[in-house]
Design a protein around this ligand. Structure first.
Ligand code: TRP
Length: 447
């Protein structure tokens, strides 16, 4: 039934839940390896520049739309009086379903690695054996699907308990825990003998490594990491009460997301260097390189478990925001929260199955650009749906509802230089930058 729209219990709850959405596999798994592939510190500087201009502005826009509307992503645009834009909400909800389906599969691998590390499954193995074990595990037909199911069930258990009692409460426990674990790992890593080479790579910029491709990689990563463009932020914004200062909150959320990414880099890259492994190992950095590093590290048994628990927690606080985006809509068209959660959770679980099989027995079935189901789903959201969603949200806020948006952010305050900068970014800078990401992602233009 269309009961009263829920709200966060406190501003801290909102910040931690939204930071939880942003902090995910993107920060801990992707950021270190993308940094590794793009030359280290120079990439980070560009990334910071983008996050605190375009990223922050787009995040503020999406959350502002949600707070104005006080309803789910699909109903939001009609409620603001622009029903013609409802397709942006529809696209956002569909994007959330797709991301969640494969995100949950990879998060399932993380849970499996907690279990494997705790059971000593990798002990004594060299890098090659670990790579082999990873391949055997992800390509087996059943067990990754079971772990995917466990992760989906955990996500559903949080969402079914509601915004305040489920999402906010969980985030308030898990986010501080995540920080503590990450700091412990970073301290371990930077104090390893031989860590200084990794630190230098991470902190001393080599500007000759920067190209237009680096900038594109930074833009894409900023979008993914901040959870922009899939209506998850819009949904979380709709639970914010009218007293909360949105600008300040968004700065804090962006800061936390970036801090976690940097700490994850500090936890991973120095250790990778200390044991002479390749920092540009790509996606395998987490599931192959790191277990090898943990094997060689004093205390590695414990740190491996901590790391994979951390990864699972980061993934969980993101997946609940994706599921909530879908549930919020079904809830508003008359389903109870319980039925909406179980229904959309099952849908996501089923959609994840072909993703899981696509790295194993279905690896010969290709969809986009010769890629299997999982990589195609990830490609479609990364390269197309998220940036298009983000672009439309910037344009909508900057051009269509600018006075209403300004009032929502400023209250009775007078627009100053920051507000003007926000609108310049939303109207011109972000659309051009995002269009470039889309064109380069689709390989229509090459850098
Ligand atoms: N930000 C998440 C991460 O860093 C991934 C993500 C992208 C996401 N879009 C999202 C999470 C939308 C929740 C909602 O891993």
């Amino acid at each position: 039934m269309n009961t009263a729209h829920e709200h966060w219990g406190s501003r801290l709850g909102f910040i931690l839940a939204t930071a939880g959405s942003a902090v995910g596999l993107g920060n801990i798994w992707k950021f270190p390896y993308i940094t590794g592939e793009n030359g280290g510190a120079a990439f980070i500087i560009i990334y910071l520049g983008i996050v605190f201009t375009i990223g922050l502005s787009a995040m503020l826009a999406e959350i502002t739309i949600g707070r104005i509307a006080q309803t789910d992503a699909i109903h939001a645009f009609r409620k603001i009086g622009k029903p013609g834009w409802s397709f942006v909400g529809v696209m956002g909800v569909i994007t959330a379903v797709i991301i969640l389906s494969f995100y949950s599969v990879v998060a399932g691998w993380c849970i499996a690695y907690v279990v494997k590390s705790a059971g000593g499954a990798f002990s004594g193995m060299d890098a090659e054996a670990i790579a082999g074990a990873f391949g055997t595990f992800v390509s087996s037909p059943l067990s990754p699907i079971v772990y995917h199911g466990i992760f989906a069930a955990l996500t559903m258990a949080v969402v079914v308990a509601g915004v305040g009692g489920g999402i906010e409460k969980t985030s308030k426990v898990l986010m501080p825990l995540l920080f503590v674990m990450l700091i412990a790992l970073a301290v371990r890593s930077v104090t390893l003998p031989g860590a200084s080479k990794g630190l230098e790579f991470f902190l001393a910029p080599d500007f000759s490594a920067i190209s237009a491709g680096t900038v594109m990689a930074a833009l894409g990563q900023a979008f993914f990491s901040l959870s922009l463009g899939s209506a998850a932020l819009l949904t979380y914004g709709s639970y914010v009460d009218k007293k909360t200062n949105l600008g300040k909150s968004v700065v804090q959320i962006t800061f936390l997301d970036t801090l976690v990414a940097i700490l994850a880099g500090l936890a991973i890259l120095p250790a990778v260097f200390a044991f002479g492994m390749d920092p540009a190992a790509g996606p395998g950095l987490t599931f192959v390189t790191l277990p090898t590093v943990f094997n060689a590290m004093p205390g590695g048994y414990l740190f491996a478990i901590v790391f994979f628990v951390l990864l699972t927690i980061a993934a969980l606080t993101s997946s609940i925001s994706l599921l909530e985006t879908v549930v919020s809509f079904f809830n508003n068209i008359g389903l109870s929260r319980r039925n909406a959660t179980v229904g959309s959770g099952l849908l996501v679980f089923l959609l994840g199955i072909p993703s899981s099989l696509s790295v194993g027995i279905w690896s010969d079935i290709h969809f986009i650009k010769g890629q299997g189901f999982l990589d195609s789903a990830s490609w479609m959201t990364d390269k197309l749906l998220l940036p298009v969603g983000g672009l439309l949200i910037c344009v909508f806020t900057g051009w269509i509802i600018a006075p209403v948006a300004a009032k929502e952010v400023l209250g009775d305050g007078e627009p100053g230089i920051l507000t003007r900068a926000w609108f310049i970014i939303l109207r011109f800078v972000a659309p051009v930058a995002i269009l470039l990401i889309i064109l380069s992602g689709l390989e229509i233009i090459k850098f």
